[in-house]
Design a protein around this ligand. Structure first.
Ligand SMILES: Nc1ncnc2c1ncn2[C@@H]1O[C@H](COP(=O)(O)OP(=O)(O)O)[C@@H](O)[C@H]1O
Ligand SMILES: N[C@@H](CC(=O)OP(=O)(O)O)C(=O)O
Length: 449
C-alpha cells in the first residue's frame, strides 16, 4: 500500500481536488492520503495557512478579525460550491472556527496552533467527502485517531517514538481510502500541536513509516526535483534519483520542495519516496532511495539559502585550551541558539547561526558572555551571509571538486567567505555575501552541469 501526500498547491481549488481524486482512484494501492491546507492558486495568491496565521494574530491582538475570517471562509466556500458538496460543510467549518477562537482567545500559542491545524483538518474532511461522492469508500481520520502523538512544542512538534506503533495499529486494517490531515498531531495532554511550516511532508513520512508503506508518493506542482531551484535558474536538469542523504542536505540548504525533517521516518524503514506532479501525473518524478548507481555526475544538486550570520571568535592558543569549544557551545545552548556549522582554524572559530535567532537583545548578551566567560581576544558578528551547498554522493571519490567550485566562483567575481565540508563528503558548503548567493548558485550550476 502507498501513502500519498498532496501539497497545498494540489488542493488549492475545486479543479485541483478533481485532479487529486483522479490520481487516488487511478491506483488501488493509494490508500493513505495526506492533504495540506489549500495553497496558492496563482503567484500572487495567499496560502490558507498564512490567512489563518493572520486571523490568529488579529484575534490575539484584539484587532478586528472580520476581514481575515471572511478570507478564510471564501476559500472553503469556493471548494464546497465548486465540487457541489453539501452546503452544511461551510456552516460547520464556520462554527468550528468560531468555537476555536472563543476557546483560545486568551491563549495565543494554542489559538495559533489550533487555527493553523484547522486548514489541513477541514481540507481532509472535504477531500474524504468529495471522494465519497465519486462512489468510493473514503473516510476522514483525525491525527488523534491515527495515533500521531507529538511533543508539546507549539509550532515545532516532533513525533514521539511510540507514535509509529500506534499508527500501524489504528490504520493498517481499516477499510477504504483514509484521508488524514497533514501538519499536526496531538500532545499526550490532548493539545493540537503543529509541525514547522511545510510540515505536511513530515506527516506523510510518519504515516508511511507507521503503516510500513511500500512507497511514499509526494505530489506537488513540479515534474521532478531539479538540480537547482527552478525559480532561481532557468530550465535546470531534472534529477531522476537521489539518496536520502543527498535529499536531506539539499532540503536543509534550500530545496523547499521536500521538508528536510520528513526524511528520517522513511529513511529508518527504507521506504522509497517519489516526488511527482499533480498537474502532470504521467511524468515519472524523482525517486529518493537508500542507494543509487553512480551516473557519471559527482554532483547531484546545488542549493542555497540566505539569512545566516557568523559569530567569529579569536583567541591566541585556542588550540591548547581544553574544553574551549564545549564551553562556547554551552553558552549558545543556554541561550537556546542552535548552530549550523563551526568552521575553525588554530586560534579562531566561527559559529554559523540563523540570523533571526540573535534578535531581541540576544546578540549583545551572547557577545558579552563569550568575552567574559571565555576571555577571548576578539569576538564579532558578521551579518548578511548566504550559503551555497554543493551535494552529491559521488563527490567523495572525485578529485578536484573544491577546485572546480572555487574556480567557478572566482570567475564570477564572488568572494568565498568560508568553506565547510563534513566528514561524510556528501556536501560542500560555501559561505558568500547574501547579495551574491544567486550569482554563486548560477556559477556553480554551470560549472557542474
Ligand atoms: N530543486 C527544486 N526542485 C523542484 N522544486 C523546487 C526546488 N527548490 C525549490 N522548489 C520549489 O518547491 C515548490 C514545491 O514545493 P511547495 O511549494 O512546498 O509545494 P506544495 O504546494 O506541493 O507543498 C516548487 O514549485 C518549486 O518552486
Ligand atoms: N499548510 C502548511 C503545511 C504544509 O506542508 O503546506 P504545503 O504542503 O503547502 O507546503 C504550511 O503552509 O506550512
Amino acid at each position: 500500500m502507498k501513502v500519498v501526500k498532496f501539497g497545498g498547491s494540489s488542493v488549492a481549488s475545486p479543479e485541483q481536488f478533481q485532479k487529486v481524486a483522479n490520481i487516488v482512484l487511478a491506483d488501488r494501492k493509494r490508500k493513505f492520503i495526506i492533504v495540506s491546507a489549500p495553497g496558492k492558486r496563482h503567484d500572487v495568491d495567499r496560502k490558507m495557512t498564512d490567512l489563518l496565521i493572520q486571523l490568529a494574530d488579529s484575534v490575539a491582538e484584539g484587532r478586528d478579525d472580520s476581514a481575515a475570517f471572511a478570507s478564510v471562509m471564501e476559500r472553503y466556500q469556493e471548494i464546497v460550491t465548486g465540487l457541489s458538496l453539501e452546503k452544511l460543510f461551510v456552516s460547520e467549518i464556520q462554527r468550528n472556527l468560531q468555537e476555536t477562537i472563543a476557546r483560545y482567545r486568551h491563549d495565543r500559542k494554542r489559538l495559533m496552533d489550533s487555527l493553523k491545524a484547522s486548514g489541513e483538518d477541514n481540507n481532509a474532511r472535504l477531500m474524504a467527502a468529495y471522494i465519497t461522492t465519486l462512489g468510493q469508500e473514503a473516510y476522514y481520520v483525525s491525527p488523534k485517531e491515527a495515533g500521531m502523538v507529538v511533543t508539546n512544542e507549539p509550532g515545532n512538534a516532533r513525533i514521539l517514538p511510540e507514535a509509529f506503533e500506534r499508527i500501524g495499529t489504528s490504520l493498517k486494517n481499516r477499510e477504504g481510502i483514509l484521508v488524514i490531515p497533514g501538519f499536526f498531531g496531538y500532545s499526550k495532554e490532548g493539545h493540537i500541536v503543529t509541525f514547522p511550516r511545510g510540515g505536511s511532508d513530515i506527516t506523510g513520512s510518519i504515516i508511511a513509516a507507521g503503516v510500513e508503506a511500500e512507497e511514499y508518493e509526494n505530489f506537488t506542482d513540479v515534474d521532478s526535483i531539479y538540480s537547482v531551484n527552478p525559480k532561481l535558474v532557468r530550465n535546470p536538469a531534472e534529477i531522476k534519483e537521489l539518496t536520502y542523504r543527498e535529499m536531506r542536505e539539499l532540503a536543509y540548504a534550500g530545496f523547499s520542495v521536500f521538508h528536510d525533517e520528513a526524511l528520517q521516518p522513511v529513511f529508518h524503514k527504507k521506504i522509497p519516496v517519489c516526488v511527482k506532479n499533480t498537474n502532470h501525473p504521467e511524468a515519472p518524478g524523482t525517486s529518493i532511495v537508500s542507494a543509487r548507481e553512480p551516473n557519471g555526475y559527482p554532483v547531484v544538486g546545488i542549493a542555497s539559502d540566505k539569512g545566516f550570520c557568523s559569530i567569529n571568535i579569536t583567541k591566541y592558543l585556542m588550540n591548547r585550551e581544553l574544553g574551549f569549544g564545549r564551553r562556547l557551545l554551552e553558552i549558545l545552548e543556554d541561550e537556546h541558539i542552535s548552530y549550523e556549522h563551526t568552521p575553525s582554524g588554530i586560534d579562531n572559530i566561527s559559529v554559523i547561526v540563523r540570523a533571526h535567532q540573535l534578535e531581541n537583545g540576544k546578540e549583545e548578551r551572547i557577545l558579552q558572555r563569550i568575552c567574559t566567560e571565555l576571555l577571548v581576544d576578539e569576538v564579532h558578528v558578521e551579518r548578511n551571509l548566504g550559503m551555497v551547498m554543493v551535494v552529491g554522493e559521488g563527490m567523495a571519490k572525485t578529485v578536484g571538486i573544491a577546485a572546480k567550485a572555487a574556480n567557478a566562483l572566482a570567475e564570477a567575481g564572488i568572494n568565498i567567505k568560508m568553506i565547510n565540508q563534513g566528514s561524510s563528503e556528501v556536501s560542500m558548503m560555501f559561505g558568500v555575501d547574501d547579495y551574491q548567493v544567486n550569482e554563486a548558485l548560477t556559477a556553480l550550476y554551470h560549472a557542474f552541469f
